[in-house]
Design a protein around this ligand. Structure first.
Ligand code: GLP
Length: 240
């Protein structure tokens, strides 16, 4: 794992954007795996700036996202679809037909199967952006005795519901389930770019950089299996 410790959130965001921009410049048809959450927000803002300054072009870029809440429609400002439109897709020249997020169909089993089919068609990504939950979750793969390899419906842990309640009016409003890529799907990329910022992530980052065990109760430990993984964190996440 290539660890990069930045002074602050802004530096972390710029470094992350540089990595994404480099991949798009090398391959204008880059296939990106994207993530939501507060960690990559600044990186998306930097990429929008780069686009506005004519440094990068998203015309032929395609993307696929990690996860989406169950029971929240795409127009809802709390949905991950809305997040992606707001922070990136509506502000750059990406073709929205080439962007993908899990969609809820009538039937959740059907939705997971469709997402797995979509992932298979999409193929290995050039880069996958990831965040880490304070409990070490990756996408919405929560600590468990066994982790899913492929897309599944996940019951969110009380810890995740609490952590994500900051985006909602109250804890009760946070969905209890999400549709999420599995671990094998989330890692199916030539490069992984993991971002973490702030003291709330210190425990998870400390555990990640010091553990020598693969532990399904700490899904982030599996990042060690990837041979090209960048972990870009700020000082607060690293030092506490
Ligand atoms: C959320 C998302 C993850 C994200 C993580 C960290 O629950 N499902 O994909 O990486 O938790 O979020 P944040 O960056 O807001 O701390």
């Amino acid at each position: 794992m290539k660890l990069i410790v930045c002074e602050n959130y802004d530096e972390m965001s710029r470094k992350a954007a540089d990595l994404v921009a480099e991949i798009i410049k090398e391959n204008p048809k880059a296939k990106l795996g994207l993530a939501t959450g507060s960690s990559p927000e600044g990186m998306y803002a930097e990429l929008v700036n780069d686009y506005q300054e004519g440094k990068i072009d998203f015309a032929e870029v395609s993307s696929i996202n990690l996860d989406e809440y169950v029971g929240i429609d795409p127009e809802n400002p709390q949905s991950y679809q809305y997040f992606m439109n707001y922070h990136l897709f509506d502000k750059v020249n990406i073709d929205k037909n080439n962007t993908n997020l899990p969609k809820e169909y009538e039937n959740l089993n059907e939705a997971t199967e469709k997402y797995n089919d979509l992932l298979d068609k999409f193929g290995t990504r050039d880069l996958q952006v990831l965040g880490i939950g304070p409990n070490g979750h990756i996408a919405f793969n929560e600590p468990a005795d066994k982790l899913n390899m492929r897309t599944s419906i996940i019951d969110l842990s009380p810890e995740t519901i609490k952590a994500n309640s900051r985006f909602f009016d109250s804890e009760e409003d946070v969905p209890k389930q999400a549709l999420s890529m599995g671990m094998a799907d989330a890692f199916d990329a030539k490069t992984l770019l993991v971002l973490a910022s702030g003291k709330a992530k210190h425990e998870a980052i400390n555990k990640l950089v010091s553990t020598d065990k693969l532990d399904p109760q700490f899904p982030a430990s599996f990042l060690a299996l990837h041979n090209n993984c960048y972990l870009i964190v700020d000082k607060e996440a690293y030092e506490g």
